[in-house]
Ligand binder design. Sequence first.
Ligand code: UD1
Ligand code: UDP
Length: 376
Amino acid sequence: MIKNLIVFGTRPEAIKMAPLVKEFQKHSEVFETRVCITAQHREMLDQVLSFFEITPDYDLDLMKPNQNLYGLTADIITELKPILEEFRPDYVYVHGDTTTTMSSSLAAFYSGAKVCHVEAGLRTFNMTSPFPEEMNRCVTGVISNIHFSPTETAKQNLIDENKNKDSILVTGNTVIDALQFSINKVNANNFVDEEIEQLKDIIRKEKRLILVTGHRRENHGEGFINICEALKEIATSNLDTQIVYPVHLNPNVQKPVYELLNEIDNIQLIPPLSYPAFVWLMNQSYLIITDSGGVQEEAPSIGKPVLVMRDTTERPEAVNSGTVILVGTDKDKIILETKRLLDDKDSYENMSKLHNPYGDGKACQRIVRYISKNGK
Ligand code: UD1
Ligand code: UDP
């Protein structure tokens, strides 16, 4: 038996690791697979676990209100020790670039397990953007024995850092596996989602829907104030649009957003949505404004234009294929690019073509096959 420990802690890691958990569980004759959640996020993580029907074997339950990087990093490493020592996994799987990712890969390295990095090789080449994620993924890359890269570009980044070619496998991004799982589950006859039913009451069919999300640490403070001012201007000068914004639970996001955007008729602020409801809402939208990594990857495969409120991206594929434009947190630029997409049909058509730069939904199968061949 090959012993696997899959560790994650935040909403996007859970979405992108859930299909891998499911795929390993299909092969229980070869693998003993356990799931450990740090619960760096709580409510937003539990939403994902419930949709994908995953019951963790270990729940570190670490989230604290308005937590800081120092304490969380230390807590994750310390709390993982007894689990690693008791279960003694052959492989530990981490995802992406969060504090959970970096800290668990370090703890796994201390334990002697082989570290597998899923979504490996993304780089902006700027240590302060996104902060601290660029550092997290670089450190995890140094620690990891096996790198599962979503794209050829990501693989090349790792080769440029002198990582051994044979330790890198291009798999596609597991987010596409998750997206397909979600669409299939929602389309199944007996699936009823209360949140989707509630959204149907919120959405005004006669208006063009602009979907907004945002949470990046480097945008806290002035960045979020600019973003909110831009959204207010867009809403009040385009009454044929409706902005729907599921607001991230980080208090540094909640405070400015609810203070500045609460009482505008065509802006609806709502709590974070469960994954299937969010996917449904993306499909209903005319355009998406976000600073999210995952949303940048999902949008091209459903053909929705995205304005990304960041100055850098580690995901150049969708920018190159024309679905994504970087607008930073510059108020005027956000307003200008939104107006262009609202008023200029050709620009809109060009940006809303379907692309699949991030995968075919079989990333997890490739990972499982690779580990199976690799053995203990
Ligand atoms: C984290 C990740 C970021 C990732 C993002 C996804 C780090 C440093 N940041 O940022 O890379 O893109 O998650 O959303 O790892 N909170 C709740 N309930 C929740 C989740 C968060 O109340 O379910 C609040 C808490 O007060 C918490 C705070 O948000 O302390 C911040 O959470 P944290 O995970 O530290 O940062 P995020 O901004 O969510
Ligand atoms: N998402 C969700 N509910 C929401 C907003 C986003 O399920 O209300 C999903 C979205 O589809 C994507 C992921 O959460 O898969 C992105 O998470 P987030 O933006 O928090 O993190 P990032 O991807 O930037 O790390």
